[in-house]
Design a protein around this ligand. Structure first.
Ligand SMILES: Cc1cc2nc3c(=O)[nH]c(=O)nc-3n(C[C@H](O)[C@H](O)[C@H](O)COP(=O)(O)OP(=O)(O)OC[C@H]3O[C@@H](n4cnc5c(N)ncnc54)[C@H](O)[C@@H]3O)c2cc1C
Ligand SMILES: *[C@@H]1O[C@H](CO)[C@@H](O)[C@H](O)[C@H]1NC(C)=O
Ligand SMILES: *[C@@H]1O[C@H](CO)[C@@H](O)[C@H](O)[C@H]1NC(C)=O
Ligand SMILES: *[C@@H]1O[C@H](CO)[C@@H](O)[C@H](O)[C@H]1NC(C)=O
Ligand SMILES: *[C@@H]1O[C@H](CO)[C@@H](O)[C@H](O)[C@H]1NC(C)=O
Length: 485
């Protein structure tokens, strides 16, 4: 120490911290606790956990990281690691990833009984590995209605933002939407902000300057590695219940899961008060797992010979999905690729967003492009009730003959915040990896339909205003209205 003066020492230290910080922000693999395969979970191990978290997705990863600071945590994820998979990591592969149907795909194809094509995440990091990466803080109203402590919520945002959120350098298509929204009266312009404010803004994104995706899995770097065990390819097929001594009701004591080789395992909670199984398996996976485990409407459980733990009418009810309607605008030249960056937030609860430039490469023409497909307009010539994954495959085969130029263009999207239309979820079988039947009843509620019309009319205004001013968008354009997403 005597050789280096204090000032120099601190400068070196600061410099080292700077290198470390910049590496942390940009490196492909953050410093994570070990990600082990489920088969490594030894059957003779009797370690007990304070928390067992089912589903290592958008919610499960930060939850596991936070709880591990004080408690012993087991995180069980049915999918694999997102690291080293270019389909996940690069923005340009967004649509390719959604349509990947291979066995280890991070995306599981899903079609609601309404006939809307969608994807369910099946990978550590969950939806943040396959989604459009737009980041915004919550509507304050949402926080209030949820009964959360707003101050604590406010304090928590930077924890995520510092780790995985970036400001976009907005693409021309997104700049055109910004100008169009303002001309169409979706004002004021709130600039770059994470806050949910009425008007037009540019929000955050989990894609960095290089178009590299940062996911919820990266948040595991904040965990205490001594307290957290992460298992991949661990499909939970049952929450185990037992009547505790001196109690009437059954309580959850552990879980049963299958590893990547089909081997069965069980993991248990510690005897400590307050130890819990947390189900964060997604909006579809969570009720599905409850039903499979024996919690739900008696009649539903009986149909599948599931022994009843608790009769509860509400499991699988009130399912809703925010409908997305899109307009595809063809252009002469392929626009630069972009996902959601600019958003118009109307006081009516309609969000207007845009994406551009997908489906231009030889490779991508062979994909059905999932929910963002330019050809959804054509696919929707198949009546909704006849849409199946097989019908999609057949469509994809025919699509190969289409000229590349028909895919040049971009979308303007309209979404409804908090739809009032609801539906239900029922099991098809008792396999946690198969899709249950889900009905969302899109636009059944007149207010949802009214908002859809308002959204599309706003988009129409934007296109006409932008088209006539002649700078950004090439007319003619056509419209493809669809639901879901
Ligand atoms: C195409 C698309 C684009 C989107 N774009 C955006 C966007 O730009 N911005 C935005 O904020 N939101 C977007 N969303 C929505 C967002 O991604 C989801 O709301 C969010 O990821 C849901 O988080 P979750 O933790 O509830 O579920 P998920 O992130 O899906 O996590 C659930 C996890 O549980 C696992 N799991 C399920 N069942 C089991 C089981 N039995 N055993 C073990 N593991 C299990 C799954 O594999 C998954 O990893 C988009 C969604 C989609 C599909
Ligand atoms: C990427 O997705 C395509 C299909 O869309 C698939 O064929 C390919 O195997 C995937 N690549 C990886 C690395 O998983
Ligand atoms: C939370 O943050 C928002 C804006 O970011 C602010 O308007 C609000 O007053 C804050 N609430 C509390 C309780 O700190
Ligand atoms: C439920 O059990 C009955 C009687 O054992 C059997 O006939 C029926 O096929 C079973 N149903 C399912 C869905 O397994
Ligand atoms: C699930 O939906 C499919 C197609 O909509 C239907 O044929 C099937 O009968 C449904 N199964 C159940 C259990 O509801």
């Amino acid at each position: 120490m005597g050789l280096i003066s204090g000032g120099v020492f601190f400068k070196i230290l600061a410099f080292l911290c700077f290198i470390r910080l910049s590496q942390g922000r940009n490196s492909a693999t953050p410093d994570l606790p070990p990600l082990r395969k489920a088969s490594s979970f030894s059957k003779i191990q009797h370690e007990a956990y304070d928390y067992i978290i089912v589903g290592g997705g958008t919610a499960g990863c930060p939850l596991a990281a936070t709880l591990s600071k004080k408690y012993k945590v087991l995180l069980l994820e049915r999918g694999g690691s997102p690291y080293g998979n270019r389909n996940i990591s690069y923005l340009e592969n967004f649509h390719i990833c959604l349509t990947d149907e291979s066995k280890n795909s991070p995306s599981q194809g899903f079609i609601s009984t309404d006939g809307v094509i969608n994807s369910r995440a099946k990978v550590l990091g969950g939806g943040t590995c396959i989604n459009a990466g737009f980041y915004s803080r919550a509507n304050r109203r949402f926080v209030k209605d949820a009964g959360w402590d707003e101050e604590l919520v406010n304090q928590s945002y930077p924890w995520v933002e510092e780790r995985i959120v970036y400001w976009p350098k907005i693409a021309p298509w997104q700049a055109a939407l910004r100008d169009g929204l303002l001309e169409a009266g979706v004002s004021p312009y709130n600039g770059y902000t994470y806050d949910h404010l009425f008007g037009t803004k540019v929000g955050g994104t989990i894609f960095d300057e290089a178009g590299y995706r940062h996911t919820a899995a990266d948040l595991l770097a904040a965990a205490n590695p001594d307290n957290l065990r992460v298992l991949l390819h661990a499909s939970v097929n049952k929450v185990i219940f037992k009547t505790r001594h001196g109690h009437q009701k059954q309580s959850a004591i552990g879980v049963q899961f299958k590893d990547e080789n089909g081997g069965h395992h069980q993991a248990f909670l510690s005897q400590k008060r307050g130890s819990e199984i947390i189900v964060s398996a997604g909006a579809i996976g969570s009720p599905q797992l409850l039903l499979i485990s024996g919690i739900g409407p008696r009649s539903e459980l009986k149909k599948h010979n599931i022994s009843i733990v608790l009769h509860n009418e509400h499991v699988g009810k009130g399912m809703s999905d925010n409908p997305l309607s899109s307009v595809f605008i063809p252009t002469k030249d392929p626009p630069k690729q972009s996902l959601i960056e600019t958003v118009g937030i109307t006081d009516d609860g309609v969000f207007i967003e845009a994406s551009s430039g997908f489906g231009q490469t030889g490779d991508s023409i062979h994909c059905h492009h999932g929910i963002m497909s330019a050809e959804i307009g054509q696919l929707s010539t198949i009546p909704p009730k006849e849409r199946s994954l097989e019908a999609v495959h057949k469509y994809v085969r025919n699509k190969k003959s289409l000229p590349k130029e028909v895919f040049h263009g971009g979308f303007i999207l309209s979404k409804i915040d908090g739809p009032l239309s609801t539906g239900n979820l029922v099991l098809v079988d008792t396999d946690p990896n198969s899709n249950p039947n889900v009905t969302f009843n899109y636009f059944k509620h007149p207010q949802d339909l009214r908002r859809c019309v308002y959204g599309i009319k706003t988009i129409e205004k934007i296109i006409i205003l932008q088209g006539y001013s002649g700078h950004h968008l090439a007319l003619p354009w056509w419209m493809s209205c669809r639901q879901g997403g």
